[in-house]
Design a protein around this ligand. Structure first.
Ligand SMILES: [Zn+2]
Length: 182
């Protein structure tokens, strides 16, 4: 931080005898200092955080002003924050989607269990209540939304292909009939 502080030689009056030699009568000195500051949980891009008394020195030894930090939140490779909610995409297998499963998903607090119901479709979103970002205004937290993406296996062996063909014979429905209104 670069800011001004009260001149220690004249105590901010600018005068020692005629004129203070250290601050040339200004009463304040420019200085650079490293400040350790605590960022409150829940800040967003554009949030203004006030640090009372950490600003420039006052005129003629007066009380110092406040320091304001305007935060910019860096993007995260996995989590996306929108308001107080957090969004992410998690891959699941065809079997997990069809039969249902309990899977581990990352949250900002660590891992959490998510229940995938049988018959889950790709792109479906599931809510983890209270796993979003803390709100600066309220005491509640946002939610985390997990969008699942079904990953289709690259089947190479004959046995797996035969099982899939058998599955198709047992389930002859055409999903395009409903989706495309044939
Ligand atoms: Zn001075």
């Amino acid at each position: 931080m670069r800011f001004t502080s009260t001149c220690p030689q004249c105590g901010g009056t600018g005068q020692v005898g005629k004129q203070c030699t250290q601050c040339n009568g200004e009463g304040r000195l420019r200085k650079t200092e490293n400040l350790e500051i605590k960022i409150p949980a829940g800040v967003q891009t554009g949030s203004r955080i006030r640090f009372a008394g950490k600003g420039d020195a006052g005129i003629l030894g007066g009380p110092p002003g406040d320091l304001y930090i305007v935060s910019t939140v860096s993007p995260h490779p996995f989590f996306e924050r929108v308001g107080d909610n957090i969004y992410c995409k998690v891959p699941i297998t065809v079997t997990e989607a069809a039969l249902g499963a309990k899977i581990e998903v990352p949250t900002v607090d660590g891992k959490a269990m998510l229940k995938i119901p049988p018959g889950t479709q790709s792109g479906q979103k599931f809510r983890l209540r209270g796993k979003g970002a803390p709100s600066l205004r309220a005491t509640t937290r946002g939610d985390q939304f997990v969008e699942v993406k079904i990953v289709v296996p690259r089947v190479a062996d004959e046995r797996s292909k035969e099982i899939l063909r058998e599955l198709a014979r047992l389930n002859p429905g055409n999903p395009r009939n409903e989706a495309l209104h044939f």
